[in-house]
Ligand binder design. Structure first.
Ligand SMILES: Nc1ncnc2c1ncn2[C@@H]1O[C@H](COP(=O)(O)OP(=O)(O)OP(=O)(O)O)[C@@H](O)[C@H]1O
Length: 481
């Protein structure tokens, strides 16, 4: 058994069941609690979250109006396939079937004693069939391929639950747009959606960014500051590039997920937080666990629902729809009066786009459409406005960025020679050409901006995250620059 299979899949309470690689059923573990069963005014609750808090304070999930109950009396926690009750140092204690406990596993039908209040516990396993959605759009996501419509089907079901979600997929496949849509379709939609890129912040600052710090807790901490978890209260936090989170910070994130509280750097005081976590990674976290770079318990805790976004090359039928979506929705295709500059794309240009390999996925498609809009002479993008590395036309391939033409070649001394490329198979030549162009372009821009990634990516007019990814891909070390 691989280390990350400590909780085998069948035992996971909330999970997606696959048949022949296709998602078929969503199992949703819910907790059903009846407060004071057997009396007229019994109250019933059903929860789909991992932690349920009980006590007299109003912000508990089950607020209890009972003098014998403490303010934060106890909590019920999902522990893998099991459910655990944990007393929080209450004055009058927590009981399971009449026996006082500090921590105990619950069985279906267990009766909990919390002060004078009795609560009956019952887990419910709801099974919902997953069928591809009939819609070609969900929130901000568009797609007509079966794979994307299956993902829509899953999102529709899991978005309203509190379930933690992990989204896996190559760079630029739409992980953030999926996370944002899950948030929009949840009860948290009016609360903040906060994005944190674990790979973009220096390791020594991540803890204070996420959890906050007390004044004087480290050099430079001139005042007390809330972390993102506190600021995202009631909303969703999207942890991008989670695979980059260092091993020493992983237990701290686990604590937030298990106990729903944070401790600021320099303080021992726990601060309760109510935030849904959605994480994304373009590495396989299961492989990271096997390699010892990612904690198995955190992986398990996070992967309540795992979504795998397919690369664009595996869903080329989405390309025409995505292209039309970008032409109609994105700001780059509007003139100063707000009208669309380009109305359409030619059949031939669409054919070229569907034949291309898409290493940069949907983000690369966005960039190519944007470029097409700025070059288009009329109201239609034709093959002439597509970059040469996409059309396979080498002369066009020299004009890789708007305004940069063959005559600029002197800047590109490191690019492979045309004669060398001509001796290679087409696919390899194309890859070599793009790789050396990207490396040269990124390094040159970084040098011009003295290593400042934000201003270099602004000049390149590409996303900072994508810029950083290209640096990583080509091993460009900022210190050497
Ligand atoms: N299915 C989709 N429908 C509409 N827009 C999409 C879709 N997929 C991606 N996009 C757009 O493509 C761009 C890249 O998507 P996004 O940033 O969500 O990718 P990502 O997987 O999070 O990237 P990274 O791995 O770099 O963090 C964004 O402009 C996004 O709006």
């Amino acid at each position: 058994m691989a280390p990350h299979e400590r909780f085998p899949d069948e035992a996971q309470p909330t999970k997606i069941a696959y048949v022949n690689g296709e998602p078929r059923t969503l199992h949703l573990r819910k907790t059903h609690l009846v407060v004071n069963p057997g009396v007229d005014e019994a109250r019933e609750y059903t929860f789909d979250q991992d932690v349920i808090t009980l006590g007299t304070l109003e912000d508990n999930d089950i607020p209890l109006d009972d003098d014998t109950v403490s303010r934060e009396h106890c909590r019920i926690v999902q522990d893998g396939p099991h459910t655990l009750i944990i007393d929080q140092g209450s004055t009058n204690g927590t009981y399971v079937n009449g026996v006082q406990v500090r921590e105990a596993y619950l069985a279906p039908g267990s009766v909990l004693g919390v002060g004078n209040t009795q609560i009956r516990f019952n887990p419910v396993d709801e099974q919902v069939p997953i069928t591809p959605s009939t819609s070609e759009r969900l929130g901000d996501i568009v797609g007509k391929s079966v794979k994307m419509r299956e993902i829509f089907g899953i999102i529709e079901k899991i978005a309203p639950t509190g379930a933690t979600v992990i989204i896996e997929g190559e760079t630029g496949t739409g992980k953030e747009v999926v996370a944002r849509t899950i948030h929009q379709l949840s009860a948290r939609k009016d609360q903040p959606f906060t994005v944190f890129d674990c790979g973009a912040v220096p390791a020594n600052l991540i803890e204070s960014e996420l959890f906050g710090h007390e004044k004087g807790s480290f050099t430079g901490a001139v005042m007390t500051r809330k972390g993102l978890f506190e600021m995202a209260e009631g909303g969703t936090i999207f942890l991008d590039e989670l695979g980059e989170l260092s091993l020493d910070l992983q237990p701290k994130l686990l604590r937030v997920l298990e106990q729903r509280e944070v401790r600021r750097v320099g303080s021992n005081k726990p601060i309760p937080v109510n935030v849904r976590v959605i994480a994304a990674t373009n590495r396989s976290l299961a492989e990271e666990v096997d390699a010892g770079r990612f904690r198995e318990d955190l992986f398990y805790r996070l992967s309540v629902v795992r979504l795998n976004l397919p690369p664009l090359r595996e869903r080329i039928e989405d390309i025409p729809l995505l292209t039309r979506h970008f032409l109609s929705q994105l700001g780059f295709n509007r003139d100063h009066e707000g009208n669309h500059k380009v109305k359409t794309i030619s059949r031939e240009a669409l054919d070229v786009l569907t034949d291309y390999d898409w290493p940069g996925n949907v983000r690369e498609l966005v960039n190519i459409i944007e470029r097409g809009c700025s070059f288009a002479r009329g109201d239609c993008i034709t093959c002439e406005e597509l970059p040469g590395y996409v059309t396979g036309d080498e002369d066009g391939g020299l004009m890789l960025t708007p305004g940069r033409r063959d005559s600029d070649r002197s800047d590109m001394a490191d690019l492979p020679r045309r004669s060398e490329l001509n001796d290679m198979p087409f696919k390899r030549a194309k890859e070599e050409w793009i790789a050396s162009f990207e490396k040269d372009y990124i390094a040159t821009l970084l040098a011009r901006h003295s290593g400042n990634i934000s201003s270099a990516s602004r000049e390149a007019d590409i996303d900072r995250k994508y810029f950083r990814k290209l640096m990583y891909k080509h091993d460009i070390d900022i210190d050497e620059i």
